[in-house]
Design a protein around this ligand. Structure first.
Ligand code: FES
Ligand SMILES: [Fe+2]
Length: 421
């Protein structure tokens, strides 16, 4: 459990809060690059409790600006992208991606224009995502060049969806791998005897330079089996690595095409707080080429849609043989199970005073300690962990290590995240 004070500290991400100060020291994805066209209609977005407008100018530069015009606060999302920036619909002021005011067509005095600095956050693009940095400009780190974002020897796709609740409860749901054999178990009325007869889950975890590494052995005697590696990547990220099942077969989901040569896949997620009570999950999936040099087939870029609270998460208690009655056998309803579990912990965000954590929750407690330490570091004027400033360390950032077979070395010890040239 956490005290109310610590729970608020770790959940609140708005401007001026300690948790917000912490999470602003990192880059956050806000949209897929391909969904923001040069000169295209601007988009209203909300990130870390701030209302913003996202656009791409006619030179192709992405911009994230404060939503409300510096003149009389009209929404810039209704503006037009032209003439070097975005033009407010009300009186035609134009702002570029750096927040400079380029035009005030109804004003006689040009010096007024020069005194305007509209709120603007820097953007960079990598792996098909637009990232923004919302912290102090002098503290801006490098955008980490994660393996899943920069490798060119395989297939990369991107997915996203919006969820209710604090970012941390969704992150914790991902790190809590033991839930797979309960929440996601199909044929529960039969499988529960197999689950009950198994040894207790064996979980290792270790704090590393990027956050936390965790491994669970043979956790799921159902559709999803094998050793699973999960990683907390600061500030609110998660990476899942698939191991092999009991028969040494690649891990396989029933709703995905058989890919016998598809040895390794890395799925890295960013749980980006929209505000204290909502979150956007971006996930980048990367699979290297198969040994015969053919590409792995992954789902195309897409917003993921699944049953939500309004339709009872697709529950059919009388006819679906899972604990909840939500179907775990296809991707969309599998996600509905996760969303149910994470959202029903509590809205607007989970109250951790009520929980009773057990032995297998160690990855969660470790993650919270890492975040709380990072919040304290920022308050003391220090850099939090996993802030990268040296370009030599940022050519490729691997989560856990650079061994392509790492996820099959179930007995190997974790190594620090490495930056590797
Ligand atoms: S309110 Fe935007 S230009 Fe006047
Ligand atoms: Fe899950």
């Amino acid at each position: 459990m956490l005290s109310e004070e610590l729970n608020d500290l770790i959940n609140r991400v708005g401007p001026g809060t300690p948790g917000g100060d912490y999470i602003r020291r990192y880059w956050h994805p806000v949209e897929l690059s391909a969904r923001v066209a040069p000169g295209g209609q601007p988009k209203q977005i909300r990130v870390l409790g701030e209302d913003l407008v996202l656009f791409r100018d006619q030179d192709g530069r992405a911009g994230v600006l404060g939503l409300h015009c510096s003149h009389r606060c009209v929404s810039l999302a209704y503006g037009r992208v032209e003439d070097g920036g975005i033009r407010c619909a009300m009186h035609g002021w134009v702002y570029d991606v750096d927040g400079r005011c380029l035009e005030q067509p109804a004003e006689p005095d040009d010096s007024f224009r020069d005194r305007i600095q509209h709120p603007a956050y820097p953007c960079e693009e990598l792996g098909g995502l637009i990232f923004t940095y919302m912290g102090p400009p002098e503290k801006k780190p490098l955008l980490p060049r994660y393996e899943v974002l920069v490798r060119e020897d395989g297939t990369r796709t991107r997915e996203w969806y919006f969820i209710d609740g604090g970012y941390l409860q969704h992150l914790e749901g991902a790190l809590d791998t033991v839930h797979a054999q309960y929440l996601h178990m199909a044929n529960w009325s039969v499988k529960k005897y197999e689950v009950a007869s198994q040894p207790k889950p064996k979980i290792d975890s270790a704090e590393l330079s990027y956050g936390m590494w965790s491994r669970i052995y043979k956790s799921h005697p159902g559709a999803v089996m094998g050793t699973i590696f999960s990683h907390f990547v600061m500030p609110g990220g998660f990476l899942l690595q698939n191991g092999r099942d009991y028969e040494n077969r690649p891990r396989q989901r029933t709703d995905q095409p058989a890919q016998p040569q598809h040895d390794i896949s890395k799925n890295q997620s960013w749980y980006v707080p929209v505000d204290d009570a909502h979150c956007l999950r971006f996930r980048v999936n990367f699979s290297p080429l198969n040994p015969d040099r053919t590409p792995a087939s992954l789902r195309p870029d897409a917003e993921l849609v699944h049953s939500r609270r309004g339709d009872d998460y697709g529950r059919d208690y009388d006819n679906i043989d899972s604990i909840s009655g939500i179907d775990p056998t296809v991707g969309a309803t599998f996600r509905s199970q996760d969303t149910m579990a994470n959202e029903t912990q509590g809205l607007p965000y989970m109250d951790r005073r009520m929980e009773h954590l057990g032995a297998h929750d160690r990855p969660l407690t470790m993650t919270r300690m890492i975040i709380l330490k990072a919040i304290a570091d920022v308050q003391k004027g220090l850099d939090p962990k996993h802030v990268i400033r040296d370009p030599a360390e940022n050519q490729i950032v691997y989560v856990r290590g650079d061994d392509p077979q790492e996820c099959f070395n179930a007995d190997s010890e974790p190594t620090p995240a490495v930056a590797w040239s």
